[in-house]
Design a protein around this ligand. Structure first.
Ligand code: ZN
Ligand code: ZN
Length: 168
């Protein structure tokens, strides 16, 4: 069977211990404002995309899981803590969803719908109106930023991680 025409998505956690690959069309992309998702992501809301109808597999490592309710498991990297999944395996409608920010190219996956809006934090709708600056405009931090070396996994698959030599 040829998958030549199928879209392919890759991603993983920030440390690179867990990587995934999705072949085929992604399902619904959403943000969920519910309190459980806020806690699971340590964030204002959870950006998630369903991989229910695609071929999904872990290509390096596998997440640890916390059972956040009787119906749902939350997957995260046991090494670095990056939130990775929402898993409701017994629910054929929900299935598995992946954290959009963990994809190598999250810009390709625009949310289409919001859930849990009863728990939406009161300032979320105004975030885009806050004053904005480029990272390097932070003058006191600029020197520190100029010498910054990232130890995060890059936004593409790697044969080996962490690398043997210093070049990442
Ligand atoms: Zn990790
Ligand atoms: Zn939620």
């Amino acid at each position: 069977m040829s998958l030549d025409n199928e879209p392919i998505y890759t991603g993983g956690c920030q440390c690179g211990a867990v990587r995934f690959r999705v072949e085929g069309a992604l399902g619904d992309a959403s943000i969920c404002h519910c309190r459980m998702c806020q806690k699971a992501f340590g964030n204002f809301y959870a950006p998630l995309v369903s991989v229910r109808d695609a071929q999904f597999r872990w290509t390096r490592g596998e997440p640890k899981r916390f059972r956040s309710s009787n119906h749902v498991l939350r997957g995260f990297c046991g090494e670095c803590g990056t939130p990775l999944t929402f898993e409701a395996p017994e629910n054929s409608i929900a299935g598995i969803a992946l954290a959009i920010g963990a994809f190598d190219h999250p810009e390709e996956i625009a949310p289409q719908i919001q859930w849990g809006i009863e728990a939406r934090l009161p300032y979320v709708d105004g975030l885009h109106e806050l004053p904005g600056h480029d990272t390097m405009e932070d003058v006191p931090a600029a020197g520190y930023l100029a010498t910054l070396v990232s130890y995060q996994h890059p936004d593409h698959d790697t044969d080996q991680w962490p690398p043997k030599d210093a070049s990442r």
